[in-house]
Design a protein around this ligand. Structure first.
Ligand SMILES: Cc1ncc(COP(=O)(O)O)c(C=O)c1O
Length: 413
């Protein structure tokens, strides 16, 4: 099959809920992807920040093969020999007492919402049926009906109503707004991304997260960090909240928990919170299967044993410093932490320019995508080395230098 026929087939029989770049990938190793014609690309998307350990990491591939051949599935209606050791490892690693396993990130969010509401009724004596959860404008917690009800993004919830109630949106990085929202005694939780990834890698002011956590503490409100994108080393710490030296009450993990191989998510919390969910309250057929536990266990070990968190910190600094030093035209700012970064461009009112720039990057061998029309996110696998990062930076420099935002014309590359 060639690129054209693969795209034709997908466009004819697939769905329309994404707008992919015109490239068809068929192989991946580490930071590289190859298309059907054998052209190699640097992957600066990592499957929406999931493939932190690099494509087809040999240890994760072996773990998949081993556990698939041994025992892939028993439901949580039975014990498996994989859950206990993984749960011990993961809780000790992140500093929590307990873990609840799900599949997608959105399901981890849904789990946290249910858990926080029940915790509010049982432990905070909130009037039955009135629990409120505070979330931030421009958040992204997934695409389920609950997650879109908690979203401020018009396109995420328009036409999908009636929307679930009980979410109170406040501006991100605004402690005064948070304090005012928390004055409502029905608030049970504040759910926040430590860095808003999908919104364009919005990094809050220094100290915001820690102060927000302290405010929540003072009002007996759970601070729930959605670290589905920022967690597991991506920002240069195991959890992004660790940059501000505190441990949230609840943490949501996903994406890199499987090395990007299949959906595994988790909710970490202490006994007094997680124990409100009793048999029959919540569950998932696949969540916490022996297969998922074994693969997640190995995926976390790879992050630790290959020092990928430290590498993310180093390579991220290199990325931002180098882009700044280029003084490129159109670049308004570069921001991020570790290997979760974005460049914001001044394209005037040209809403298609970001996408055209991503196509230009693809033409010269680097894959990245816009998360807002004028913002491109750059989030390579954490295994990227200095040479590969330099290669990527050169490509980005050449493309931005020659890009004409007003005409779709590129100079010689
Ligand atoms: C912060 C955050 N939360 C939740 C999700 C949803 O995860 P999933 O797509 O696995 O449902 C995402 C996905 O991008 C995310 O970035």
């Amino acid at each position: 099959m060639d690129t054209e026929s693969a795209i034709t087939l997908e466009n004819k029989y697939g769905s329309f809920n994404y707008a992919p770049l015109p490239v068809v990938l068929s192989k991946g190793r580490g930071v590289y992807l190859w298309d059907l014609e054998g052209k190699r690309y640097l992957d600066f998307m990592s499957g929406f920040s999931a493939v932190s350990q690099g494509h087809c990491h040999p240890r994760i591939v072996r773990a998949i093969q081993k556990q698939a051949a041994q025992l892939a599935m028993v439901s949580r209606g039975l014990y498996s020999d994989q859950m206990g050791p993984f749960a011990k490892f993961a809780t000790e690693l992140f500093g929590f007492e307990r873990i609840l396993m799900m599949n997608t990130g959105a399901e981890a969010f849904e789990t946290a919402v249910k858990m926080a509401r029940k915790w509010g009724y049982e432990k905070k004596n909130v009037y039955p049926g009135s629990a409120q959860i505070v979330t931030c404008i421009d958040n992204f917690h997934g695409r389920t009906t609950g997650a879109v009800a908690a979203s401020s993004h018009e396109g995420h919830h328009r036409d999908f109503g009636p929307l679930q109630s009980g979410f109170n949106l406040i501006p991100f990085d605004d402690l005064i707004a948070l304090e005012s929202a928390l004055s409502n005694p029905s608030v049970v939780a504040f759910i926040v991304e430590p860095i808003q990834g999908e919104a364009g890698v919005n990094v809050p002011s220094e100290g915001y997260l820690r102060k927000a956590f302290e405010l929540c503490r003072s009002k007996k409100v759970l601070f729930i960090a959605d670290e589905i994108q920022t967690g597991i080393g991506r920002t240069g710490k195991l959890l992004a909240c660790f940059h501000e030296n505190f441990r949230p009450d609840v943490v949501l993990l996903g994406k890199a928990l499987s090395g990007g191989t299949f959906p595994i998510s988790a909710v970490l919390a202490d006994e007094n919170v997680i124990s409100v969910l009793q048999p029959g309250d919540h569950g998932s057929t696949f969540g916490g299967s022996p297969f998922a536990c074994h693969v997640a266990h190995e995926s976390l070990k790879v992050i630790l044993e290959e020092n990928l968190t430290e590498n993310a910190e180093k390579m991220g600094n290199l990325f931002r410093e180098t882009i700044q030093s280029f003084h490129l035209p159109l670049v308004k700012l570069v921001r991020g932490r570790g290997l979760l970064n974005a460049i914001s461009f001044d394209f005037g009112g040209d809403l298609g320019a970001g996408n055209r720039m991503c196509i230009a990057l693809k033409e010269v061998g680097l894959l990245a995508k816009t998360c807002r029309p004028h913002i491109i996110r750059f989030a390579p696998p954490l295994v990227i080395n200095q040479e590969q990062m330099q290669e990527g930076l050169e490509v980005i420099k050449r493309v931005i230098h020659t890009f004409r935002s007003d005409s779709n014309v590129f100079g010689p590359l």
